[in-house]
Design a protein around this ligand. Structure first.
Ligand code: FES
Length: 238
């Protein structure tokens, strides 16, 4: 080993051993310097370093901010304010929800279209009537006894859309259904077709006297809407 390399190794060893000591000395001197350099403050901090300020539980005096009135009066005032604000908020929330619901509900003209009332006394037996309900035609047929018998005698197992006549009417003499072909939506013609019911000329679908599909491309029976008889001679659709 040469003399130069031996001397540099010796210097590095000495430097490593003295480094921690030197760092500690530098750190202590820096802390002393900060403490000495800190400005003296007039702020009465409970965290001060002097012995007389070593008390850390010193609580400021807020008495000059305290209410001069009695505790009961303060409570009554607080309850009154909380109750008033709650009342005002409840009234505001109710008005908001009410406005929202009124806006969401159907308008008068829509409600008028939602239900249609029909006087059945003006429809003679064996006749059809077509009315408009929600923009669609509705067929109402006053069926004869023979038509009712014919509709009930069909073996429903032979039907494309099996449905008993009793499941399509509330009163056997009144057949009510939408006049919309279940194929592509044409309006069928009454008292026509091979089964004495309705015939759709668009593509040749035949419906029987109960509105059930019997022949042609339509897949389903004519749809029966929701309806009721609030009185003997009154029909309400919708
Ligand atoms: S729309 Fe009625 S048969 Fe096609």
């Amino acid at each position: 080993m040469s003399l130069a390399s031996a001397s540099s190794a010796l210097l590095r060893t000495c430097a490593r051993q003295q480094l921690p000591v030197a760092r500690a000395a530098v750190s202590a001197s820096q802390q002393r310097g900060v403490a000495d350099a800190a400005p003296k403050s007039s702020f009465d901090s409970p965290f001060g370093r002097t012995h007389e300020h070593s008390e850390t539980t010193k609580i400021p005096n807020f008495s000059k901010y305290a209410s001069k009135r009695s505790p009961t009066t303060n409570k009554v005032f607080s309850y009154f304010m909380a109750g008033s604000m709650g009342l005002v908020s409840a009234v505001g929330a109710k008005a908001t929800v009410q406005d929202f619901l009124v806006n969401m509900s159907a308008s008068a003209d829509v409600l008028a279209q939602a239900k249609v009332e029909v006087a059945l006394g003006s429809i003679p037996e064996g006749k059809n009537v077509i009315i408009k309900w929600r923009g669609k035609p509705v067929f109402i047929r006053h069926r004869t006894a023979d038509e009712i018998k014919e509709a009930e005698e069909i073996d429903i197992s032979t039907l494309r859309d099996p449905q008993a006549d009793a499941d399509r009417v509330q009163k056997p003499e009144w057949l009510v259904m939408l006049g919309v072909c279940t194929h592509l939506g044409c309006v069928p013609i009454g008292e026509a077709g091979d089964f004495g019911g309705w015939f759709c000329p668009c593509h040749g679908s035949h419906y029987d006297i109960s509105g059930r599909i019997r022949k042609g491309p339509a897949p389903l029976n004519l749809e029966v809407p929701q309806y009721s008889f609030p009185e003997e001679e009154t029909l309400v659709i919708g």
